[in-house]
Design a protein around this ligand. Structure first.
Ligand code: ADP
Ligand code: MG
Length: 334
């Protein structure tokens, strides 16, 4: 249960095409993340799958059946939004049971499902509280609980963590991954944050302007980005790109090298530059190095306690096995 296949699915709003025809397969039990910059069509694609928007063309099948014209409530999918939309006057128990009450499910079965969801989400002690008496993370869990009790074929999450502060986001990210481990239900998760995509996904779908730029596991995207967009989008800090003579040496229009694949030295190396801004994170240091003839600094990752300062001469040597080459149009040269 939970295999979703999109064939030639497209969406326009009036004359504006937001999703050009695309194909995508999501396997049963997979954790799939749609990632891309704001406005690229992630929510629209998710809403098409949920049935909250009608497709302009193409078909969506769920577990082998054509779901393209099936109303959202009958698709067996559960959506969790960024705004939790909990009922403030209802207890946590009633909030979680809400979709079951609406479906007039047998009361004993409702209770069984609610206590099971509360157990999975560590909410058992909070069932009689109101949402206002919970932390942001707990409220998010209640919203997830309301999805779990429906026992959906797949969970659809649209930026569920963007209202939470940074520390809580990391915690919830881990919780949702653990939840997936336990339930083994298909999850489709939308985010603009490539770190969330990299840390949570079995399979990442990178979108830009409604197009699928690449589909792959986090490490596939990291190691062999199909084009310059994916190369620049996945990985933090971002990949450095060089054009001109340096790229020509490698038979490419542009080369890319990640900050962690450059060795800095104060005495020798392939490229010479000067240290600009340094970011000391404790575990790592990121130097932004200015090189003659370049406006953009090169970012390089050094160890945590490297002793180099603004204005110092620094030498950089990229790992030759980790240089990515790109055509003028942006696609990867193998
Ligand atoms: P994302 O979730 O990746 O930020 P969206 O899917 O929300 O992007 O939006 C993709 C594009 O579709 C945007 O340009 C947005 O303005 C447009 N769009 C979304 N919903 C509608 C709508 N109901 N009517 C017209 N345009 C829309
Ligand atoms: Mg969105």
């Amino acid at each position: 249960m939970g295999r979703i296949v999109l064939e030639q699915v497209q969406k326009s709003f009036g004359d504006v095409s937001v999703i050009p025809p695309l194909d995508l397969e999501i396997n049963d039990g997979e954790f799939v993340v749609f990632v891309g910059p704001s406005g690229c069509g992630k929510s629209t694609l998710l809403r098409l799958i949920a049935g909250l928007e009608d497709v302009t063309g193409g078909t969506i099948s769920i577990d082998g059946g054509d779901a393209t014209s099936i109303p959202p409530a009958k698709r067996g999918l559960a959506m969790v939004f960024q705004s939790y939309a909990l009922y403030p006057h209802m207890s946590v128990r009633k909030n979680i049971a809400f979709p079951l009450r609406m479906a007039k499910m047998d009361k004993a079965e409702q209770d069984r499902r609610v206590s099971q969801a509360a157990d999975v989400l560590n909410l058992t002690d909070y069932l009689d509280r109101r949402p206002g008496q919970l932390s942001g993370g707990q409220r998010q869990r209640v919203a997830i609980g309301r999805a779990i009790v429906r026992e959906p074929a797949a969970f659809l999450f649209d930026e569920p963590l963007s209202n939470l502060d940074a520390a809580l986001r990391v915690g919830m990210r881990i919780e949702i991954s653990e939840l997936h481990e336990r339930l083994k239900t298909t999850m489709i998760y939308v985010t603009h944050d490539q770190v969330e995509a990299m840390t949570m996904a079995d399979k990442i779908v990178v979108l830009q302007a409604g197009n699928i730029e690449q589909v792959g596991s986090p490490l596939e995207l990291y190691r062999t980005p199909r084009n310059r967009f994916v190369a620049g989008f996945i990985g933090s800090p971002k990949m450095n790109f060089l054009e001109g003579a340096e790229a020509e040496k490698h038979g490419a229009h542009a080369i890319g090298v990640r900050p962690e694949h450059i060795t800095p030295s104060s005495t020798e190396g392939l490229w010479q530059g000067r240290v600009g801004v340094s970011e000391h994170l404790g575990s790592d240091t990121f130097f932004h190095v200015h090189m003659e003839g370049r406006t953009e600094p090169i970012t390089v990752r050094a160890g945590g306690e490297v002793d180099m300062h603004n204005g110092d001469v620094i030498y950089l040597t990229p790992d030759p096995g980790r240089i990515h080459r790109f055509h003028a149009k942006g696609h990867r040269i193998e």
